[in-house]
Design a protein around this ligand. Structure first.
Ligand code: SF4
Length: 213
């Protein structure tokens, strides 16, 4: 089966989710430091849960310097509800130290440098580059993007690295950051993992999953 018309689908999704990037529920808003820390914390949990800890966390630790010298138990107490809180507290303290000691307190602007920061993989780095610095270096493939890429027919694999490359080949660079945001919005509201609402989906006539049911 041939690949769906990427430009047509992207335009339909942008129209359907015009505010995806600005959603107050998105964790990736704030200063570059906040975007970095919140994105690390968002692994294996919901944006809503992360947003609940945003205020207490940054009122205690507003800068890389403050979080770098934080007591781990104190951080764990604040982010306890997120799950994996030991590892996450350790990572965000270590990430703050890295930002402070190796990057002069500024969140780096290259993929290479971001990947040296504890807790940062390619997905997190892509989100930080786009939402903190406005740079389209790649496409963040989270659980929604991975599921939708396969369902819609943009990719045929479960491998996130290959999915990212498939998407990068299909979509123009300037759309990469927004593509992640509209796919996540679509995954949350319509293309549910267990029960996709295909009958009300604006891209169903071009979706491989729908067309092969
Ligand atoms: S048609 Fe169904 S499976 Fe395809 S994108 Fe829409 S909701 Fe998801």
């Amino acid at each position: 089966m041939k690949k769906p018309d990427a430009a047509k689908l992207y335009s339909a999704l942008l129209k359907r989710y015009p505010d995806a990037r600005e959603s107050p529920e998105a964790v990736c808003r704030g200063t570059p430091f906040e975007v970095l820390i919140l994105t690390i914390l968002s692994a294996q949990t919901t944006d809503k849960a992360v947003l609940k800890v945003k205020k207490p966390l940054f009122s205690h630790y507003p800068t890389p310097a403050k979080l770098a010298e934080a007591d781990q138990a104190g951080v764990e107490k604040i982010i306890h509800s997120l799950g994996y809180f030991h590892a996450k507290a350790k990572n965000i303290i270590a990430a703050s130290r890295a930002v402070l000691e190796r990057f002069g307190g500024n969140v780096p602007r290259t993929m290479e440098e971001l990947l040296t920061i504890p807790g940062v993989g390619r997905k997190t780095a892509n989100i930080v580059l786009y939402h903190a610095h406005g740079m389209n270096e790649g496409i963040a493939v989270d659980t929604h993007v991975r599921r939708l890429a396969r369902r819609i027919g943009f990719s045929d694999t479960d491998n996130v690295g290959v999915i990212e490359r498939d998407l990068m080949a299909l979509f123009p660079r300037k759309s990469w950051g927004d593509l992640t945001d509209v796919l996540i919005a679509h995954g949350r509201t319509t293309c549910d993992a267990k029960k996709p609402l295909c009958e009300v989906c604006v891209i169903r006539t071009d979706c491989r999953y729908y067309l092969t049911q």
